[in-house]
Design a protein around this ligand. Structure first.
Ligand code: MN
Length: 563
């Protein structure tokens, strides 16, 4: 495996670094075995190879080789730093810290997610190593005890797969989900496997039949595809889709899709046009994710057509660059700028970095674990829809989001002053649930304030927080105005202790029509007692009358006050 990794690196100093990281890891783990009985080094090697194939930089691959050294052997992070420098030590340390937290219940999940995202905000490569680590562990899960399998599989499904998706790593996300699905719901997995075995074959055979036909269509248009292959839907996403369609396979048209790789964007559109001339598209299923990429960066043209024999067939068209990004997501952006001699994809990487920057900001703003998990679940991991601004930019929001969420996602001021909304050109109520692809326009009214009712329907924490902050400051203002008019006065009455004295003094105060904010009795030197009152009075004369009346009460020795 080491030889294979080394073939990806050209420069001698890169090869040397990888080799010495391997030697160090090999020696550190030499007496350890995996549950499968293999030498332990196979695991870091597998992780490193996966990251190498994603074209990640030398430091990431070296850190992957060393990622379990600090956790599982006596070697320290200082040693790694001395030998391999700051960056590699930083990456190893990041992965080690993520290993420290054990999964368990909702709380464990929160903490793990929090750590993952904190790590991501610092250096996304830590999370890439962690994802590859998990992927490798999932592949050898059969060697573990059943309860451990389930815990790890659940964690993979709830934490790792969504993160992979969020990072645009579609292929890894799909594989992680399928592996987890198999261990979490073995019967369902078996059932699905049996159900689709034949169907996949029929569909695949159909796509194979389609290939020469598509080549023929393109030939007439003088465009050439680089590749046409069949994309088989991942099990877990198929299962989820089946649940939405009453387990009816006939309603699922993308069990196997034809995927066409074209050399550039122009050819993608030409290809789409050529196909639509021959096979009629199913209305409503043409999706242009090239012009408006999905929020995680995914780009492709999707269409479903009535193909030969009237079969509805999904076709995806994309460039090689889009294909790599769909498979490897954020790692693809990293790769281009860190290692290869390819021209840098500056726009894309800038966009990704802006996204991480946003995450970093957001980390700072959200306090407390519960609040963090809540916002994470809703703003980050829930199924997303994307809607369009009047300028045609795509904005991603959680499912169920409303125009008010949209307005706040654009800008606080637009949220605050939001007075109405147009969806696809039509005026609609502010609590309407947005659908993917909706074009939304917000009508604003200067100096308008958000309404408290909005809190009952907005979905994003961003919107909630902003609305609350305005309402809170409004309430504070009212209190401030009130407290200027009314001054609270603390009254201390020294009494000889006797039953009913508190009640008597309280009655005196009430009889003067003065509000009592609080009353407390407190022991003093025997036989005396303190009665402490907080009262409201605007009027100095009234206060003097009150003090006089209290003094006359039986048992009262002394009265003092403080404003
Ligand atoms: Mn590991």
């Amino acid at each position: 495996m080491l030889e294979k990794i080394l073939t990806y690196f050209q420069k001698p100093e890169e090869k040397t670094l990888i080799k010495s990281a391997y030697d160090f890891a090999w020696r550190a783990h030499r007496d350890q075995k995996r549950e499968s009985g293999e030498p332990y080094i196979q695991h870091p090697l597998g992780v490193a190879l996966m990251l190498t194939k994603m074209n990640l930089d030398t430091e990431t691959v070296a850190a992957a080789l060393l990622h379990d050294v600090v956790e599982d052997t006596p070697h320290t992070i200082e040693e790694i730093e001395k030998r391999f420098g700051h960056t590699i030590a930083f990456l190893v340390n990041g992965v080690t810290k993520l290993d420290k937290i054990k999964y368990g219940g909702a709380e464990g999940k929160t903490e793990n997610l929090r750590k993952m995202f904190l790590a991501m905000a610092q250096d996304i490569r830590v999370v890439l190593i962690k994802l590859a680590d998990r992927y490798n562990n999932m592949q050898t899960l059969m060697f573990l005890a059943e309860d451990k399998q389930k815990t790890i599989a659940l964690e993979t499904l709830e934490i790792y797969a969504p993160i992979a998706y969020r990072l645009g790593m579609g292929e890894i996300k799909g594989q992680l989900e399928d592996l987890a699905f198999k261990y979490l719901h073995p019967e369902k997995y078996k059932w699905l496997e049996n159900e689709v075995a034949e169907k996949y074959e029929t569909h695949r055979a159909y796509i194979d039949k389609l290939r020469p036909v598509i080549f023929g269509i393109f030939k007439n248009e003088k465009i050439a595809p680089l590749e046409i292959h069949a994309r088989v839907k991942h099990f877990y996403s198929l299962y989820k889709k089946l649940l939405r369609y009453q387990m009816d396979f006939d309603k699922i048209h993308d069990l196997v899709a034809a995927r066409i790789i074209m050399k550039n964007i122009e050819d993608c559109y030409l290809a789409l046009g050529a196909i639509h001339q021959v096979w009629k598209p199913v209305p409503g299923l043409i999706k242009d994710y090239i012009a408006t990429p999905k929020p995680n960066g995914y780009q492709s043209l999707h269409t479903s057509v009535f193909g030969p024999e009237g079969k509805i067939t999904e076709i995806q068209i994309r460039t090689p660059d889009m294909h790599e990004k769909a498979e490897n997501g954020i790692a693809a952006h990293w790769a281009y700028k860190e290692r290869n001699f390819f021209s840098r994809d500056l726009n894309a990487s800038k966009k990704e970095l802006a996204w991480v920057e946003q995450l970093r900001e957001w980390q700072k703003a959200v306090r407390g674990s519960d609040e963090f998990l809540q916002s994470l679940k809703i703003d980050f991991l829930k199924d997303r829809i994307f809607v369009l601004t009047p300028k045609g930019d795509a904005l991603d929001l959680p499912e169920g989001a409303t125009p008010v969420d949209f307005a706040y996602a654009i800008h606080s001021d637009i949220g605050h002053q939001c007075a109405g909304a147009k969806i696809n050109g039509r005026i609609t109520p502010l609590n309407t649930e947005l659908q993917s692809g909706d074009a939304v326009e917000i009508l604003i009214q200067k100096n308008k304030k958000p309404s408290e009712d909005w809190l009952s329907f907005v979905k994003t924490n961003l919107a909630k927080e902003r609305i609350r902050s305005v309402i809170k400051s409004k309430i504070k203002k009212v209190i401030r105005i009130q407290s200027k008019a009314l001054s609270a006065i603390n009254l201390r009455v020294v009494v000889r202790d006797r039953i009913g004295i508190l009640k008597d003094v309280t009655n005196v105060i009430s009889s003067q029509k003065i509000n009592i904010l609080s009353a407390k009795s407190e022991g003093a030197k025997d036989p005396y007692h303190y009665l402490n009152f907080s009262i409201e009075s605007k009027n100095k004369q009234k206060l003097e009358e009150l003090l006089f009346a209290i003094k006359k009460t039986k048992g009262v020795e002394e009265v003092s006050f403080k404003i």
